[in-house]
Design a protein around this ligand. Structure first.
Ligand SMILES: [Zn+2]
Length: 183
């Protein structure tokens, strides 16, 4: 299982690389990476396992964050209605998005960033996304709220983008244009 030792931190060049598309049929290695990412996120949310292994709780993790520059990430996150979105995805992408933007009023955090970086991170309020599950089936997801923000944060990791790159440097708490806050 993955632990915090496996997670690369900001400053590591892999976090700034554009990750490569994985070829299908997916190799055993790529499937294993996807499954390990999801397992880590789930473990990190389990109070007993997290305490035992000193895991910082997270809702998503991308392959570059374990030093693997491939287009794979996982998330395990509940929306405001209590619906769970739990996926390991290979070659995820956004196929359409709203004009309307959103942002978390508390800002974002990242398992690869060991400090608070205050400020609003503009995200699309709604996205339609696609990706492949480890068994090779394609899924289409309509996401908004926290699951949508999480997907965009993880997708950024595959393009070498950190959440704080999107914070308005001069006015970090200026609400983004066309946006509604997510509390
Ligand atoms: Zn992150």
């Amino acid at each position: 299982m993955l632990t915090m030792k496996d997670i690369v931190r900001e400053g590591h060049p892999v976090l700034r690389q554009k990750a490569v598309v994985v070829t299908s049929p997916f190799s055993e290695e790529d499937v294993k990476i996807a499954e390990q990412l999801l397992e880590f996120v789930k473990n990190s949310q389990d109070p007993e396992i997290a305490a035992k292994y000193n895991l910082r709780p997270g809702i998503g993790l991308a392959a570059p964050q374990i030093g693997v520059s491939k287009r794979i990430f996982a998330f395990h996150v509940t929306d405001e209605s209590g619906n769970l979105y739990s996926y390991a995805l290979l070659n995820p992408k956004i196929i359409s998005h709203s004009v309307q933007m959103t942002y978390l009023d508390g800002g974002e955090g990242c398992l690869s960033v060991d400090r608070d970086v205050p400020g609003f991170v503009p995200r699309y309020a709604k996205i339609t996304a696609k990706g492949f599950t480890p068994d090779g089936s394609e899924v289409e997801l309509k996401l908004k709220g926290l699951p949508g923000i999480c997907f965009q944060h993880e997708l950024d990791h595959l393009d070498g983008i950190m959440f704080y790159d999107r914070i308005n440097e001069k006015q970090p708490f200026e609400p983004p244009a066309n946006s509604a806050v997510l509390r």
